[in-house]
Design a protein around this ligand. Structure first.
Ligand code: URA
Length: 433
């Protein structure tokens, strides 16, 4: 078999066979297929697409390119969630203990921040002592005894994706629905949970800019996950504004804990309840309505908060106190009007400038850094009233520049826009796929 022939076939619109896909994934992972041939095939896939059968075969080959986690000891109860990435998206910190408090088993590997988007592992490290690396035995024991454990990616999970993603990143081949499906689903399937709920973001801070594209991606991921033997559902949610008001690691943990106390921003609470009920529906078999009622009660009566505290302490945190920033600066509106639009990706990047994320892999995170917005989409603000507060400990020199840049990311106009984006565009339970 020759890579040249596989590239030609795809370029002409052909459907690749299992043998051809296995040849490509295994050969590329082993370093036997050069980057220039792999890039050429990836670009052909971007233009021509892949059928569901090809996407299924590629995802399966990528999932089996490295270690897979065996969670069969938890039977039907293991459940995972995945967000395609966002700004201020702290939902895992709420939904994971929430569903665990009701009997689901969350054995989760989470990522670090990437570009303008945050990562759960960085957020959890805001707690002094929290351990993101555990031995496989410690990991399994904690899931068994506490119902939840969240660590960083460990072992060699889907190494094919690691190599392919690095190549896609520099060859303009990220934005392809079959390639994103293979990338995300191979990792989630290798991580072993029986049920998976996907939070596919659309809007100015998401990978997919329109709800239609997000839906096409969500449906494909649901179909592929189901054909590989898992229960998969997806929510399509807005990233046209940060979720909640807080962006930045300790800031986001604090806001998530507010939701766990039955308070917190209404958009964040709503997405958390929707994700958690879908997870409970898939893993514990409740109807969507029963699951929603149970999740609401667990939040409002403190069950989820107690599970959160048990989890964080068990995983090494020496205190539930969170660090505070040394410097802060309030940013004020220069004119009155309605907040009609937010450049969410730019807001995420401003938090990175204050130290809340990394520009390079080796950068150290300032867990206190970030932004708390004073407004949400559609709100009215008077000239001279606050639009947000900036926080940092390590980069006070960035405060002035970030303050003027923040004002540019918010579109404040005299007339209120009619069409605010729906927070939850659609829920795909998967039964109809
Ligand atoms: N996130 C991933 O893990 N992979 C992609 O291809 C896109 C987003």
């Amino acid at each position: 078999m020759r890579m040249y022939d596989i590239i030609t076939k795809k370029k002409r619109g052909g459907e690749l066979t299992k043998e051809e896909i296995d040849f490509f994934i295994a050969g590329f992972t082993r370093g036997e297929i050069p980057d220039y041939q792999a890039s050429s095939l990836l670009m052909a896939i971007c233009f021509v697409g892949m059928t569901d059968k090809e996407t299924y075969l590629m995802t399966d080959a990528m999932m089996h390119s490295g270690d897979t986690l065996d969670l069969s000891r938890f039977g039907e109860l293991s459940v995972d969630k995945h967000s395609t990435g966002g700004v201020g998206d702290k939902t895992t910190l709420v939904v994971a203990p929430l569903v665990a408090s009701l009997g689901a088993k969350v054995a989760k590997m989470s990522g670090r921040g990437l570009g303008h988007t945050g990562g759960t592992v960085d957020k959890l490290e805001s707690f002094a002592g929290y351990r993101t690396e555990l031995s496989p035995e410690e990991f399994m024991r904690q899931v068994e005894e506490v119902g939840i454990c969240v660590i960083g990616q460990s072992g060699e999970l889907a190494p094919a994706d690691k190599k392919l993603y690095a190549l896609r990143d520099v060859t303009a081949t990220v934005d392809s629905i079959p390639l994103i499906t293979g990338s995300i689903m191979s990792k989630k399937l290798a991580a072993g949970s029986k049920s998976i709920v996907l939070d596919v973001k659309y809007g100015s801070g998401g990978f997919m800019k329109t709800p239609g594209d997000a839906e096409a991606l969500a449906r494909k991921m649901v179909r592929i996950g189901r054909s590989l033997g898992r229960r998969v559902a997806a929510l399509i949610t807005s990233m046209d504004a940060p979720l909640g008001y807080g962006i930045g690691n300790a800031i986001e943990v604090r806001e998530a804990m507010e939701v766990l106390r039955g308070r917190g921003p209404s958009d964040l609470r709503e997405v958390c309840l929707s994700l958690a009920s879908t997870m409970l529906h898939l893993s514990l078999g409740y109807s969507p309505e029963e699951a929603r009622a149970l999740a609401t009660e667990a939040l409002d009566q403190g069950l989820a908060l107690r599970k959160f505290e048990e989890w964080i302490s068990r995983q090494g945190a020496t205190s539930l106190e969170l660090p505070l920033a040394k410097y802060e600066k309030t940013v004020y509106a220069t004119h009155s009007g309605y907040l009609n639009k937010i450049d969410t990706e730019a807001v995420g990047n401003l938090s990175v400038s204050l130290g809340g994320g990394r520009r390079q892999k080796t950068d150290k995170i300032d867990h206190t850094a970030g932004i708390i917005l004073s407004l949400s989409l559609g709100d009215y603000v008077d000239a001279g009233a606050p639009i947000g507060v900036l926080y940092t400990t390590e980069h006070p020199e960035a405060l002035d520049a970030v303050a003027s840049a923040l004002a540019q990311t918010l579109t404040i106009e005299d007339k209120k826009t009619e069409a605010l984006p729906p927070l939850i565009y659609k829920t795909i339970l998967g039964d109809e796929e």
